[in-house]
Every structure is written in structure tokens, then in C-alpha cells.
Design a protein around this ligand. Structure first.
Ligand code: PFF
Length: 519
């Protein structure tokens, strides 16, 4: 603890360029691409959603990707892998700035607390999809009951709990092996497999054609039309903009603090422009091309437009665990495709969930000089305890609460802060030079203007609009069942404590730097 940065141990590094791109793409490609995206698109009018989506991608998503790769690599050069240290090294003059970085650890941890549990359902379903119980439930039209039973955990011996333990341990084993031996190695295998599985699923859906069981006059291409026929009217609707921008952040894993941590393990001379763009492009391919060509067109053909939108309103979980199985039941080789579907989602999930915890682990390693093993152990114990409410109180609003504070609130706030830090505090000219160090491609000049003015304004607009339209009603628990309120308040208190602990830890970590001119 008393050691200063110069004496501290050598930081880990990525093994190869492809490795880091696949790891970042692995973080980005997740359940968000296959479940959250179709739900958001369907709820917001399909083709109406895609225009704000692409605008947000170009004006905020990709810029943030470049910002995070750049400041991550920059902070890594000073031995910092998390936002508090990175912000500090970008502007040492202000000693409060590092506290804003806390949000960049808080957000991903909050998301992990529910995300890892959902991911474990997928492991459970990979297993169940080849068992007679599951198939019988499907045939009897009772898959919704099956799902209800599965997630109703009554004891630590319930199947869902056992699959949760396995998934949880798996996440930590990967993290234990570190950046290169764990995260990179897994991403290098999981990502190509995932792409292949995605393509298989798309081909299957696109060739559904006229399945005799289809009870609607619709075809798969009608579903594609729903997503791809633009509707410019929706540009006037603030709600659609909020949903589209929110989806762009969530799916790219930007505005969270995770990409900066991954980028902090780059070498100074490594390119960030082309690598950042490649990882974003990979994610977008998997989201709009693959993710957009499975659930939406299939559900459209099988259930028709009205029912599909209604299903989407039921949320991502019912889409993935009830609707998709029902569709797969109607096609030949049900068992094979069900298995592949859940395997695809599980691989997408695990490469994302590991990225959510790396910031917290890096924080211990970098700022407290803790060994990796110890850091993994500490974070393991803490997150294990914190995850229990999401498991045992499922359906009582805990998951929504975690998603709201971690996946929306923290995210938009952190993204706004990050871009202001980069373009205004660090300064756009210096920032532009930093982006281009070692770059293998030049960022189009127009982005200098975008980064300085458009991205921050867009974000502030989203932040304010979202807060008024959705934030306030959510915080006031509008329309919430009275019985769920204690769970929601409990979650909020828990999250507040987590935030405070992180703030205190940042304070403790920086005590050792006092009176030292160390970044
Ligand atoms: N991008 C991931 C997805 O689309 O599922 C989700 C995610 C990953 C959120 C990493 C937050 C995070 F820190």
C-alpha cells in the first residue's frame, strides 16, 4: 500500500491485436444483441427505431468507443486501469475528478448482479433443451410454466441455483487466469463459435419459408420489412430517441467503464482507431444483421405484427425463454436448434459478464497493489452476496432496479462525463493527437467537431430528456405494486452503500499518493 506506482508490479498485457479486438467485441456482443435489441426495436416501431439508432451510433456510440480506447490506453500508461485513476492522470490539477470515475466501476458491477444470473438460466436451458422434461413441456404448450418453475428458486438446491453457481464460478475462473490467459483466450474461442452459431440460426430463420404450422399469412421477409422499412415520423418522438441511444450504449458496452479497462492493457504504440472501429463494427454486425434476423422475423412470421409487438412488451426474458422455444418447437430438429440457440446466448453472455468485473479487479490490482488472486477472491465474495436478492426476489423489481441504476442512469451519466473530460478538460487538440498515436487509420476530420460539440450536446440532451421522461417516474416508483416497494427500496439502499464504499476506497487509494507528483 505504501509503494508508489513506479515500484508497483508490471501490468498485464494483451497477447495479440486480434485478441483484444475479440475481447472488446466479446464484451459488446451479449444478451443485448439477441434479446434487448429485438425488444427495443419491436416496441419502438421497427423501422422507426432504426433511424435514431444509426444516428446515435454515428454521433455517440462510435465516438465513445474511440474515447474509451484512447483514454484507457493513456491511463494504462500511468498504471491505471479504471476510471478514477484514468481521470486523475488526465487532469491531476483537480483532486475531485477521480471520484466521478467511481461511476465507471459501479455501473458494470450493478449490471453484473443480474446479468450473470440471467446468463446462468441459459446454461440451465442448454442442459434442459436436450431433456425429455423440456421437450414434453414444449409439446404440451407449457413452456411458460416451465420457465416460471425454473426461475422460482426456493432453495440452494433448486436447479436454477445450481446452474447459477456453476456460471458464477466459471466467470471467476476466467478472470482468475487474467487478461491474456483468461479473457483473451476465452474470447478467441467463444467469438468465432458465436458468430458461426449466429449465422446458422439466421439461415434457419430465413429459410423458414412457408412452414405449414405458421398460423399467420405473414412471411419471414415481412418481419425483415418491419425492421428495415424506415419510418421518418418517429424522429419526432423523444421516447424512440431515448430507447435507441440507450440500446447503442448498452450494446457497445460504452459509457460503462469496461472498455477503458480493457484498453488499459494495450501497449502505448498500439493502434486504437482501427481496432476500436473493428470491435464496434463486429458488434453492430452481430446486432443488426444477426440479432435482427432471428427473433423479429421469426416471431413476425409465426405470430403476426400485433402479437409480436405484444410479446416484445413482455420483455427480453419471455422472448428468449418462452417465445423462441415456442417457435423452435414448430420447426424440424427442434432439439438441435434449441440447444444451439441457448449455447449462442450463453457464449454471448459470458464474454460480456467477465468484462463487467474486470474494472473492479483492476482497481484492486492497480490502486492497492493487490494480487490478482486476492482481487478476484474479494470481488467474488462481494458480488456473490450482492447477487442473492436478484435470485431470491426475482419478479419483485430488483432486476429492473439494477438495470435502471447500472444500465441506464450510471451509463448516461458516465458517458457524458467521459466525453466532457476528453474533449474539454483534456482538450480536443491533445485528445486528437492521443487518438492518433500509433493509429493505422485516420479518424475523419469531421469527428473533431463531433467529439467536441455534437457528442456532448447529444448526451446532455439524452440525459435531461431521459431524466424527465423516464427517470423521475421510475425513481418515484410510479405504478409499482405496493408489495414490491420494500424490495426496490432495499435494492436502492444496497446500491447506495456500494457507491459509498467505492468512493471511500478511492479516497483510501489516493492517500498513498499524497504530496507525491504521481499520476
Ligand atoms: N454489451 C453487452 C450486451 O449487449 O449484452 C452488455 C454489457 C456488457 C453491459 C458490459 C455492460 C457492460 F459493462
Amino acid at each position: 500500500m505504501t509503494k508508489d506506482k513506479k515500484e508497483s508490479k508490471v501490468r498485464q498485457e494483451w497477447g495479440s491485436r486480434l485478441g483484444v479486438i475479440l475481447a472488446v467485441a466479446g464484451s459488446a456482443v451479449g444478451l443485448g444483441n439477441f434479446l434487448r435489441f429485438p425488444v427495443q426495436a419491436a416496441q419502438n416501431g421497427g423501422g422507426a427505431f432504426m433511424i435514431p439508432y444509426f444516428i446515435a451510433l454515428l454521433l455517440v456510440g462510435i465516438p465513445l468507443m474511440w474515447i474509451e480506447w484512447t483514454i484507457g490506453r493513456y491511463g494504462g500508461g500511468f498504471g491505471h486501469g479504471t476510471a478514477p485513476g484514468i481521470f486523475h492522470s488526465m487532469h491531476q490539477k483537480n483532486r475531485f475528478i477521480k471520484y466521478f470515475g467511481v461511476i465507471g466501476m459501479f455501473g458494470p458491477i450493478a449490471i453484473f448482479l443480474y446479468y450473470c444470473y440471467i446468463e446462468s438460466w441459459l446454461l440451465g436451458y442448454i442442459f434442459y433443451s436436450i431433456t425429455p422434461t423440456y421437450i414434453q413441456a414444449l409439446k404440451a404448450g407449457k413452456i411458460a410454466d416451465f420457465f416460471g418453475n425454473y426461475i422460482n428458486v426456493t432453495s440452494i438446491l433448486s436447479p436454477a441455483y445450481i446452474f447459477f453457481i456453476i456460471t458464477f464460478v466459471l466467470n471467476f475462473v476466467i478472470l482468475y487466469y487474467g487478461i491474456r490467459g483468461g479473457i483473451e483466450r476465452v474470447s478467441r474461442i467463444a467469438m468465432p463459435v458465436l458468430l458461426l452459431l449466429g449465422i446458422i440460426m439466421v439461415l434457419r430463420v430465413l429459410t423458414l419459408g412457408f412452414t405449414p404450422d405458421t398460423q399467420t399469412p405473414y412471411k419471414v421477409v415481412d418481419g425483415l420489412g418491419f425492421l428495415w422499412n424506415p419510418d421518418f415520423n418517429a424522429l419526432k418522438d423523444m421516447k424512440v430517441w431515448l430507447a435507441a441511444a440507450g440500446q447503442v450504449f448498452f450494446t457497445l458496452s460504452v459509457g460503462m467503464g469496461v472498455i477503458i479497462t480493457y484498453a488499459s492493457y494495450l501497449k502505448k504504440e498500439n493502434d486504437v482507431v482501427l481496432s476500436g472501429l473493428t470491435s464496434a463494427a463486429t458488434n453492430e454486425f452481430v446486432e443488426v444483421i444477426i440479432g435482427g434476423s432471428i427473433v423479429i422475423p421469426a416471431a413476425f412470421a409465426f405470430f403476426g405484427p400485433e402479437k409480436m409487438v405484444e410479446i416484445a412488451k413482455g420483455g427480453a426474458f419471455s422472448l428468449g425463454f418462452i417465445t423462441m422455444p415456442m417457435i423452435l418447437e414448430k420447426i424440424p430438429l427442434t432439439v438441435v436448434f434449441s440447444f444451439l440457440w441457448f449455447l449462442l446466448l450463453f457464449l454471448a453472455g459470458i464474454t460480456s459478464s467477465i468484462s463487467m468485473l474486470q474494472p473492479a479487479i483492476a482497481f484492486f490490482e492497480d490502486e492497492f497493489n493487490t494480487s490478482r488472486k486476492k482481487a478476484v477472491f474479494i470481488i467474488g465474495v462481494v458480488t456473490f452476496i450482492l447477487m442473492q436478492p436478484a435470485i431470491f426476489f426475482i419478479g419483485k423489481g430488483v432486476v429492473d432496479e439494477l438495470d435502471f441504476w447500472g444500465g441506464t442512469f450510471a451509463l448516461v451519466l458516465f458517458a457524458t462525463f467521459e466525453v466532457i473530460m476528453f474533449a474539454w478538460v483534456f482538450g480536443i487538440d491533445k485528445a486528437w493527437d492521443e487518438v492518433h498515436k500509433g493509429a493505422q487509420m485516420e479518424v475523419p476530420k469531421i469527428y473533431k467537431f463531433i467529439l467536441k460539440y455534437i457528442t456532448p450536446l447529444f448526451l446532455i440532451f439524452i440525459l435531461v430528456g431521459w431524466f424527465i421522461q423516464q427517470g423521475i417516474p421510475f425513481i418515484m416508483m410510479k405504478g409499482v405494486d405496493a408489495a414490491n416497494k420494500p424490495f426496490i427500496i432495499g435494492t436502492r439502499i444496497g446500491l447506495l452503500v456500494l457507491l459509498l464504499v467505492l468512493v471511500i476506497m478511492v479516497k483510501m487509494a489516493w492517500r498513498k499518493y499524497k504530496n507525491k507528483d504521481i499520476r
